[in-house]
Design a protein around this ligand. Structure first.
Ligand SMILES: *Cc1c(COP(=O)(O)O)cnc(C)c1O
Length: 361
């Protein structure tokens, strides 16, 4: 049986060359290399160079490998937040980040905002001149995002604070202005199109200075240790070497992020056309300014959602379930780069037929 095409927004459709790359890794002995070896050091450097080139990351930023985005929540809490942190969120992932932080740093403050609203940049209770502002650039649970312009405004308004950004489901899919924030992170099982088990953490020179000043050193993944190891292009523990290798191979073939973004824009438009016409289904988020470009969230009645997912599955297409409070009243579509043109076409065709059966012969 042919395997179904997954439109799940993470773990998601992997790059179709992964099997070949895994074979190459095995044949070239990559799977058993020592993580202190010259081969590893070279691979680390090359992967970082590729990330910077393809994603437009400033040269002076540092790149670290972690196990996941969740680990990055912890690293930021323990190693970059001294006392204060300010969390803006409107969905499940941003909220989780806030809640985990609060357990480690009790002065964390959460600001929940409405789904349809742009992130407000003027409402921090500035009891302190320092601290970390935490935002979720792309909220995978409800399909909202904070655009580069907004992050830039935040940067201007709070020049002395560190800004940390969860870009887990958008990094490598859309163009991010890395210069406007200090900490960015993502897991590779979303827009990078890789199997899960690797995270990428990107830090500005200011973030590195802050970590060095705080010098928190109680954990295997204390950022101060990670910085020491990164200086020699190594990691604090035996990392996911295969994951890093696959990331390097996938990036080598990836077009520059501006081209990738264009491709995803075009696809998003096609989804918008379909869902703006239907009576049963519509976008969960009405305000286009805050709508995610990589995670499409469509709402409908419980019955319609069950039915469309079933019909899609029969056609060999897996739609993502809704998340958290939207579990039963939405489905999600990953608008990720690893999905092939033919696969997106197939999904669009399915929707057209499903929504307007009378228009097909
Ligand atoms: C998927 C996701 C995470 C968690 O990623 P893990 O790899 O499971 O740690 C965190 N934040 C956002 C926005 C996500 O989409």
């Amino acid at each position: 049986m042919k395997k179904a095409i997954s439109f799940y927004p993470g773990p998601s459709r992997v790059d179709h060359r992964i099997p070949m790359y895994v074979r190459d890794a095995y044949d070239n002995g990559i799977l058993s290399i020592n993580h202190r070896s010259e081969t590893f050091v070279k691979m680390y450097s090359q992967t970082v160079d590729l990330l910077k080139e393809k994603l437009d990351i400033p040269e002076e930023y540092s790149v670290f490998f972690t196990s996941s985005a969740t680990e990055c929540w912890e690293i930021i809490s323990q190693s970059l937040i001294h006392t204060n942190s300010y969390h803006f969120y409107n969905g499940a992932f941003g909220k989780k980040w806030f809640e985990y932080t609060k357990k480690l740093k009790p002065y964390a403050i959460g600001y929940e905002f409405d789904l349809e609203q742009e992130l407000k940049t003027g409402e921090l209770d500035l009891s302190s001149e320092e601290g970390v502002i935490c935002i979720t650039q792309n909220e995978t649970s409800n399909g909202t995002h904070v655009d580069n312009g907004r992050i830039g405004k935040l940067r201007k308004k709070y020049p002395k604070h560190l800004i940390a950004v969860d870009a887990t489901s958008s990094m490598a899919g859309i163009h991010l202005d890395f210069s406007q924030a200090d900490v960015w992170y993502a897991s590779v099982q979303k827009c990078f199109g890789l199997p899960a088990g690797l995270g990428v953490l990107i830090c500005s020179p200011t973030a590195i200075d802050t970590a060095k000043k705080l010098n928190e050193n109680k954990h295997y993944n204390s950022l101060s240790f990670m910085i020491d190891m990164e200086a020699v292009r190594q990691t604090t523990y035996t990392p996911n070497v295969l994951g890093i290798y696959l990331l390097m191979r996938v990036l080598k073939r990836r077009k520059h992020i501006e081209k990738v973004e264009k491709k995803l824009h075009k696809r998003l438009k096609m989804y918008e056309e379909i869902f703006s016409e239907d009576e049963r289904f519509s976008f969960l988020v009405k305000n286009k300014k805050v709508r995610s470009e990589t995670v499409v969230v469509v709402k409908g009645s419980k019955e319609d959602i069950i039915s469309v997912k079933e019909k899609a599955s029969e056609a060999g297409l897996i739609l993502g379930n809704g998340y958290g409070p939207y579990k039963e009243t939405t489905f999600r579509i990953a608008n990720f780069p690893a999905l092939e043109k033919q696969e997106v076409k197939k999904l669009l065709k399915f929707f057209k037929k499903y929504f307007q059966p009378e228009k097909q012969e």
